[in-house]
Design a protein around this ligand. Structure first.
Ligand code: AP5
Length: 255
């Protein structure tokens, strides 16, 4: 049995495997095969994103997923708060927007995330938390990341009722954007601008639906089981998903 791998300089990579089983070329029982697959720039990387309202548990679950799969957790909100705390130019221009619970302009977010997303894609993959927030951001990411083969493979949606979101956020009181009025506004922004992403991902990638209103470890278990199942499917690692797929009935039954 032998294996040959041809990797051209540009992406997407083409991997060719040839094998021979059963002896020399003239012997009986010979079986040969050639398999050619299109692969992304980061063939084995796992690229996941979390969608959910403020307080749905995106950050909590993204941490657990990152540990489970050995990938990088990238949180747009954490990066913005670090810029604000460090008093950078970005920080100064977004502080007021974040404190009011409004969305930061797309171009600024895209610039901030480009490097960490590319770096994470080369080192196992990423779980993105807080991005994209709008269909415009998702489309921009799809154009750039998709063409580099580092686009998202699976979106995980955490559904949590509003009263539980409010309870969690007011109990946490992280900063100026965790006051009752601002949290209510953030939830409204989510419903208007971010919820439409669910339809967007359902029609383009695999969308995993999870009931997030359960204890943290139960939610994690549900997500991990569904992700493991999804990553076993042949198309999950394709550079471009050939057809839109949504979580199957058994997937939803786990959630
Ligand atoms: P961001 O930091 O992303 O805030 P968010 O989406 O509102 O999310 P949170 O971090 O508040 O909640 P979460 O879902 O991550 O829940 P968590 O795990 O923390 O963004 C902040 C701001 O930055 C935005 O408002 C916007 O201004 C700007 N921004 C960020 N990204 C942007 C983008 N792409 N475009 C434009 N602007 C952007 O948990 C919350 C609490 O609940 C914790 O105390 C936790 O311990 C608890 N908890 C979690 N899970 C459970 C559970 N299962 N049971 C009980 N408690 C739980």
């Amino acid at each position: 049995m032998w294996k040959f791998t041809a990797v051209p300089q540009h992406t997407p990579q083409i991997e060719m495997r040839c094998w021979t089983i059963g002896g020399g070329p003239n012997e009986r029982g010979i079986r040969r095969g050639v398999q050619m697959t299109m692969q992304s720039a980061a063939p084995r990387s796992k690229r996941i994103l979390m969608v959910g309202a403020p307080g749905a548990g995106k950050g909590t679950q993204a941490d657990a997923i990152a540990k489970q799969f050995g990938i990088t957790h990238i949180a747009s909100g954490d990066l913005l708060r670090k810029h604000i705390a460090d008093g950078t130019t970005i920080g100064k221009s977004v502080e007021d927007i974040v404190n009011k619970g409004e969305l930061v302009p797309d171009a600024m977010i895209m610039d901030m995330l480009r490097k960490p997303v590319l770096a994470a894609s080369e080192t196992g993959g990423y779980v993105l938390d807080g991005f994209p927030r709008t269909v415009d951001q998702a489309e921009a990411a799809y154009r750039t990341a998709g063409s580099l083969g580092v686009g998202v493979q699976i979106a995980v949606h955490l559904e949590v009722p509003e009263e539980e979101l409010m309870r969690r956020m007011l109990a946490r009181a992280r900063g100026a954007d965790d006051t009752e009025d601002v949290v209510r506004h953030r939830i409204k922004v989510y419903e208007e601008k971010t919820r439409p992403l669910l339809e967007y991902y359902a029609s383009r990638e695999l969308l995993i639906q999870v009931n997030g209103a359960r204890p943290v470890s139960e939610v994690t278990w549900s997500i991990v089981v569904q992700l493991q199942r999804a990553f076993k499917r042949p198309n999950t690692h394709a550079a471009t998903a050939p057809a839109a797929r949504q979580a199957t009935a058994p997937d939803r039954a786990v959630a």
